[in-house]
Design a protein around this ligand. Structure first.
Ligand code: IPM
Ligand code: MN
Length: 363
């Protein structure tokens, strides 16, 4: 019998609900034209959930996610909630809490240079002429984000605060395994990022990655210090295939990779656990400055849905078609404000409709 997929939809704050509307259009096409049996249920998350339920991650939302096959996430956070203590802010109390709760240790962030909008890249044309296709594999529930102890105090009349960067061998092994496996379906190259000239935790990181690499003799492994890596990415992004990063370094590097494609509004992500359950979200955040104006770019949200179809449903060909539709509308000249260098930009909703239409036509 054909499986019925249950998707928990969490639009959240800022541009989340706007771009999610566009993902719904694509979901609709999947149901009506590709005959995928799926149902969606929406739940509150983030700042709006604090306002309506008193918690950034209400119980009902958590249960809804537990009962679903996948989570499609918008974005959380905004000025309004920045006065809360760090632990109570939407980012930590909902997004990081969900990542931890579901053991989503593996974060995949692909950044590809779309030929149609090459000119938007802040990099020189000669640097990007051959394009690039980088997959950032980021460890997502360890390292300094979650390491204990963390805290603050006062000593010798001076305030202090601290976090702990800690990695266990098993945490590094499992994310390294994912990076090598994915590299072997791509260009067979893994570059592991660390700071092992200074950090103890990076020394273990490098040692462990070397150990895991023995299982994958066909994959070429290199190592770069984080400071050198961020330089190499802007100097010659095409030299990279899979980047393997800790939580913190991956956070930074994935934004760099997104920016050199032209806009953070294009970057999707998948956060997966060992059972392949996943949360799919744009990497760009809630963008409060452009909220409610119908100008946000829905592509990252739609590509996140495509990742859900690929990794969550294992429907690679259909995911390819969604990706193709995004390319198709870009080629036809549809551009939202963030990727448009003149006044002829289209609205969020027009962009979403164009992608959905292209998907129907390309069926
Ligand atoms: C990301 C975001 C989050 C992170 C924030 C919102 C907690 O920047 O997904 O990259 O730092 O992981
Ligand atoms: Mn980030």
């Amino acid at each position: 019998m054909k499986k019925n997929y249950r998707i928990a939809v969490l639009p959240g704050d800022g541009i989340g609900p706007e771009v999610m509307q566009e993902a719904y259009k694509v979901l609709d096409v999947l149901k009506k034209h590709f005959f995928i049996s799926l149902e969606t249920e929406e739940f509150n998350i983030g700042g709006i959930a604090i306002d309506s339920d008193g918690f950034a991650l209400p119980k009902k939302t958590l249960i809804g996610c537990e009962n679903a096959d996948a989570i499609l996430f918008g974005s959380v956070g905004g000025k309004k909630w920045n006065k809360l203590s760090l632990q109570d802010r939407p980012e930590i109390a909902s997004l990081l809490a969900l990542r931890k709760h579901f053991n989503l240790f593996c974060n995949l962030r692909p950044s590809k240079l779309y030929p149609e909008i090459k000119y938007l890249s802040p990099l020189r044309p000669d640097i990007i002429q051959s394009g690039f296709d980088i997959l950032c594999v980021r460890e997502l529930i360890g390292g300094i984000y979650f390491g204990e102890p963390k805290g603050e105090g006062i000593k010798n009349n001076s305030q202090y605060a601290f976090d702990t960067e800690i990695y266990y061998e098993y945490e590094v092994s499992r994310i390294a395994d994912v990076a090598f496996k994915l590299a072997s379906t791509r260009k067979n190259k893994v570059c592991s990022i660390d700071k092992s000239n200074v950090l103890q935790s990076s020394l273990l990181w490098r040692k462990t990655v070397n150990k895991i690499s023995k299982k994958y003799p066909d994959v070429n492994l290199s190592h770069l210090y984080i400071d050198n890596a961020v330089m190499q990415i802007i100097k010659n992004p095409n030299q990279f295939d899979v980047l393997l990063c800790s939580n913190m370094f991956g956070d930074i590097i994935s934004d760099e990779c997104a920016m050199i494609t032209g806009s953070i509004g294009l970057l999707p992500s998948a956060s997966l656990n060992e059972k392949n359950f996943g949360l799919y979200e744009p990497a760009g955040g809630s963008a409060p400055d452009i909220t409610g104006k119908n100008i946000a770019n829905p592509i990252a949200q739609i590509l996140s849905l495509s990742m859900l179809v690929r990794y969550g449903m294992n429907l690679n060909q259909i995911a390819d078609k969604i990706d193709y539709s995004v390319n198709d509308v870009l080629r036809k000249g549809y551009k939202t404000l963030d990727i448009c260098n003149n006044d002829n930009y289209v609205t969020t909703s027009k962009m979403g409709s164009a992608i959905a239409d292209s998907l129907i036509n390309g069926k």
